[in-house]
Design a protein around this ligand. Structure first.
Ligand SMILES: [Mn+2]
Length: 395
């Protein structure tokens, strides 16, 4: 596996030098200043690439080349935005950046209810508490029809919890949940969020799937010509939220993805953290069965706090949690050997430690939620240890 690290650009407090010291060789980044739907000019791509290479690293993966809401909802600007996305992909390919991650989650990029949940060790982690989430949906956002989305026991517990909420609890929960919205969170209020949710009224999961298929039918043939591999990140968490359709949560969803436009260019960002929040996703089995389509790996572990789906979970240490990470890595190494035997040029799959707990000096620093330096360094070191041990004596 190619060891990579997500870097948020020159403003990231974790520097390229820090990343080299953590032992990563590749960078995962984006031109974050360009809004979804707009073009990534070739000069912007080249400029970003030069900074990375000057630091002795390579730009291995784009995360993400964003998909606009117009494309997801098949709005009036769809065709123009798809054409622009393809043009940006051409500019990336021209600069030698050939793996592009995207997601197809409506409105929200990710959702948690606590960005700094205390762990018994003294670390802090991201956490999703189903009761807090339902309390927000039902009693803060007051979404119409929300009560049909939860079982009776969750409705009851959420009502009891909401009854004890102070204004500060309301504000904290709102800020945390809206933090997963793209762009600066201060621009989002409950009203703007409600308006955005309403744009999906009448868009079923099937309709959303058709919108993704339309995008893939346009993009994948060009990607294949360019030698670019695009890869869809799973829903985080992998179930419907706020009544929005979700279509990239399970093995069946990924099977649909790779079958709808079959091509070596059309693949998967396999995020063990997102997919692992569901107990019915068999992650090592998914790597075995879908491995040839995996273009990018996010290795992260969550601890499911209960057996139901949807359910509560928190982000555990990379080798802790509910997912058997060693089995996943073993399955990836088998896939890489298959690729080598087949002469594939992409035999080494780029991986990054996805998220990390806040530990040591992370605890006294402001960090991007999920992206502390030391917690990720620890995660990468542990994952590297597993890879090294499993490969020992095989080369
Ligand atoms: Mn991920």
């Amino acid at each position: 596996m190619r060891q990579t690290w997500r870097w948020f650009g020159p403003d990231d407090k974790v520097t390229l030098s820090d990343i080299r010291q953590a032992g990563a060789a590749g960078i995962v980044t984006a031109v974050h200043s360009i809004k979804p739907g707009d073009l990534w000019p070739r000069e912007a791509v080249a400029g970003r690439k030069e900074i990375i290479e000057d630091a002795g690293l390579t730009w291995d993966v784009v995360e993400s080349l964003p998909i606009s809401e117009a494309i997801r909802t098949n709005g009036p600007e769809t065709e123009a935005h798809i054409a622009t996305w393809i043009e940006s992909m051409r500019n990336l390919a021209a600069e030698g950046v050939d793996v592009i991650c995207y997601n197809f989650m409506p409105v929200l990029d990710w959702t948690r209810t606590d960005l700094a949940a205390p762990m018994p060790s003294g670390a802090r982690a991201l956490r999703f508490d189903l009761i807090d989430f339902a309390a927000f949906d039902l009693h803060v956002l007051k979404r119409g029809g929300a009560d049909a989305d939860y079982p009776a026991d969750v409705l009851e517990e959420a009502a009891a919890r909401a009854a004890g909420f102070t204004q500060a609890d309301h504000d904290r929960l709102t800020g945390t949940i809206l933090a997963g919205l793209p762009g600066a969170m201060e621009h989002w209020t409950l009203d703007t969020f409600r308006a955005r949710l309403a744009t999906y009224d009448g868009i079923s999961a099937d309709a959303l799937r058709e919108n993704l298929a339309r995008f893939l039918r346009a993009v994948v043939p060009v990607a294949e010509d360019l030698g670019v591999r695009i890869c869809c990140h799973p829903d985080d968490p992998p179930w419907a939220l706020f009544g929005l359709p979700r279509i990239m949560s399970t093995e069946a969803d990924y099977r649909w993805l790779v079958d709808v436009v079959p091509s070596p260019a059309n693949g998967i960002t396999f995020c063990t953290g997102s997919l692992g929040a569901r107990g019915d996703n068999d992650l090592p089995g998914m790597v075995e069965r879908l491995g040839e389509h995996i273009h990018f790996l996010h290795l992260r572990n969550v601890r499911r706090e209960e057996n139901r789906t949807p359910g509560s979970f928190h982000e555990d240490e990379h080798l802790g949690g509910s997912t058997d990470m060693v089995a996943v890595i073993k399955a990836v190494l088998v896939e890489q050997m298959r690729r080598e035997a087949a002469g594939r040029s992409d035999a080494q799959i780029p991986m990054r430690p996805d998220h990390g707990q806040e530990i040591l000096t992370d605890l006294s620093q402001e960090t991007t939620p999920g992206y502390p330096a030391i917690g990720r360094l620890k995660g990468l070191a542990e994952l590297r240890g597993v890879m090294t041990a499993l490969q020992h004596g095989q080369d």
